[in-house]
Structures are given as C-alpha cells and as structure tokens.
Design a protein around this ligand. Structure first.
Ligand SMILES: Cc1cc2nc3c(=O)[nH]c(=O)nc-3n(C[C@H](O)[C@H](O)[C@H](O)COP(=O)(O)OP(=O)(O)OC[C@H]3O[C@@H](n4cnc5c(N)ncnc54)[C@H](O)[C@@H]3O)c2cc1C
Length: 316
C-alpha cells in the first residue's frame, strides 16, 4: 500500500487516496525498481529536494514505454531528470519521477560514431571517447549531467556544446512510442533545445578521429580551469543564471556586491558568483530567496535582468 510520509490533513486524505489509485494504475506491471515518497535530495547535485510520490527506475526501453502509456492513461504526470541543473522545491514532486540509472550502455556504431544511452553521465561518455581517440566532447569535461539532460539543455561551454556533436536522439514520445529524431530537427539555442515532449533514451554522437594525447591534454586543462574557478567541493547545480549576450552573469552578481551573501545555508559562492552552494542543510526556499535577492539587486545596480539557467520544479 502506498503510504504518505507527510501526515495528510483531514481534508485532503480523500484526494491522496485518489492520487494513490491513479499512481497504482500508472505503475502496474512495471519491472524496474519503484520507491514511494522517496526524498529526491540524494539524487541531485544540490542535495536539496522534497519527496516524489514515486520514483521509478525503468528496467529497459519497453518498461519505460509501458510506464509512459499507463501514466498517460491514468493522468499521472511524469518528470525525468539527471539532477545536476535542477532545484526541486521542498514539498517535492507530485506524480512519477523517472530515473534512468539503468540506461548506461555505450556502444561504438562506426569508427567515429558513438551511441550512448540517456542515463550515461557526460564524464563517462568523454572517457569513452578518449579511450577511442575520438575528439569533439572535450567541452564536456567536468559537466556532471546525463546525456538526456545534456541534450535538453544543449549543455556546453564557450569551447563547444551538445549541438556540435549530436547526430540524432532516440526517445519515448508522450504516447509511449519509441522514435528517432535527427539533431538537425531540434532547434538549439543557448542552453536550450526544442525536443518533442517525452523521455530521451539515447543519442548518437558524430566525433572526429584525433590522438589520445591531444584529447587528454585539452580535457586536463579544462578540468584544471574548473577546479581553479568553480566551487566543486560543495553541493551546487552549476550556473544559476545564463550569461547575458557578450557578458557574464557571475561578473554582474560580483559587481552588485553579492559574493558570499547567504540565506539560511544557501550561499552565493565566494569563488564564483554565478554558483549557489549548499553549505549544510539549505532548503529550496533558501535558494529561491537568494535567487530573488540576486535578481533584485542586479537590476537595481546594473539595470540588467538575469535569466535563470537552473530549472526550478516541484510543488509550490
Ligand atoms: C559542478 C557543475 C558544473 C556544471 N557545468 C556546466 C557547464 O559547464 N555547462 C553546462 O551546460 N552545464 C553545466 N552544469 C549543469 C548541468 O550539468 C547540465 O545542464 C546538464 O546538461 C544537465 O543534465 P542532467 O542530466 O543533470 O539534467 P537535469 O538538470 O536533471 O535536467 C535538465 C532538464 O532536462 C530534462 N531531462 C533530463 N533528462 C532527460 C531525458 N532523459 N529526457 C527528457 N528530458 C530530460 C529535465 O526534465 C530538465 O528539464 C554544471 C553542473 C554542475 C553541478
């Protein structure tokens, strides 16, 4: 039986029972692991986030297709995430959270084409390409997200981004059918891509042959640059804001005098002002208040509006 760890108020017990019945219909017969009312914080790089009604770890693509179809039929929302560019609110996520930890296979399709399942972490894909002397993914050094999240975010740095090497994606669409989309059909922008609604399950990467020595040297220098400039020893979610055209969000925040500012245990990193770090037991509410403070102060002091790169999700 699905139990609710947050004591339901008298008035909404009936509603919660209804949600539970719908939830059961959505997960019936699913073969992968399922956890109920599981806190999401351990699945995020921020170490912040309330519980999901259910976290499902589909066993394979067929299992995922079945889940998407059943959840659609039962009107239960699905949210998929890798956890490194999201802030999950303290009340958590209503519905099903899909985790692709079983989708970690990488295979060589040809001399210079690699397929990776969507749950593969970018550093692992980069390591695979280094082992095969394939160049093109060096920009991904130190980006901790998954292949699926990387496509949606068009992850990258000034040195390159996902769209430069992506050939095609495989995904389960909103109706639960498997389909392939060419990268040329996805409209990429700065930290965004237009991908049909659904769950990405894998991607093909077109790389170029190089020497292992060259690729390793580039990768090492990028990693060193990150170590020198980013607060990698405390939980965080990467850049909070997008860089404005020809500018730097971090510099604007620093110029507004906000480096080191805190709300609860959420702090604007003294090392890099576009990072918020969790110095202990920060709650999502603390991070959100800090974000509001940054936006307000930067507008007042510079007249510039900062756009969020971070995705804030969950029940308000
Ligand atoms: C220390 C650190 C450094 C970082 N540096 C960079 C950087 O240099 N450049 C950069 O671009 N990013 C950086 N990031 C942010 C983050 O790693 C990237 O944005 C990454 O691509 C997000 O991947 P994710 O799997 O964690 O996705 P999430 O952050 O969990 O999700 C992002 C979005 O993608 C969606 N999504 C995730 N997986 C799927 C899927 N399989 N199918 C459909 N939708 C999906 C989610 O629903 C959400 O809307 C950094 C983060 C950290 C913690």
């Amino acid at each position: 039986m699905v139990r609710n760890v947050q004591r339901p108020k008298q008035g909404d017990a009936h509603l919660r029972l209804k949600v539970s019945k719908k939830l059961f219909a959505a997960i019936k017969g699913i073969r992968g692991e399922i956890k109920f009312f599981e806190p999401l914080s351990p699945l995020t790089s921020f170490r912040i986030g309330g519980p999901a009604d259910a976290v499902v770890f589909p066993k394979d693509v067929n299992d995922l297709c079945q889940l998407v179809r059943q959840a659609r039929g039962a009107h239960v929302p699905i949210f998929v995430f890798g956890g490194t560019n999201v802030l999950i609110r303290d009340r958590g996520i209503r519905g099903i959270v899909v985790n692709l930890k079983q989708f970690t296979h990488i295979r060589d399709e040809s001399d210079d084409m690699v397929f990776a399942e969507a749950g593969v972490r970018m550093p692992l894909l980069l390591q695979h390409s280094i082992n095969r002397s394939l160049s093109g993914l060096e920009w991904a050094a130190g980006i901790p997200g998954t292949v699926g999240g990387g496509v949606i975010m068009n992850a990258g740095t000034r040195l390159g981004e996902m769209k430069d090497v992506l050939h095609a994606i495989e995904m389960v669409d909103a109706r639960g059918s498997l389909m392939i989309r060419q990268a040329a059909d996805l409209l990429f922008g700065y930290r965004r891509a237009q991908v049909p609604k659904g769950v990405i399950v894998g991607a093909w990467f077109q790389l170029t042959r190089s020497t292992r020595k060259k690729i390793e040297a580039l990768t090492k220098s990028y990693l060193q640059y990150r170590k020198n400039t980013q607060p990698l020893t405390l939980p965080n979610a990467g850049s909070i804001f997008k860089n404005p055209p020809r500018g730097s969000a971090g510099r604007l925040i620093e110029e507004a005098g906000l480096k080191g500012a805190k709300v609860g245990d959420a702090q604007i990193s003294p090392k890099h002002a576009n990072f918020i770090v969790n110095t202990g037991h920060a709650r999502a509410a603390d991070v959100i208040r800090l974000i509001q403070k940054i936006r307000r102060t930067v507008i007042q002091k510079t007249g510039k509006t900062l756009q969020l790169e971070l995705k804030i999700v969950g029940e308000r």
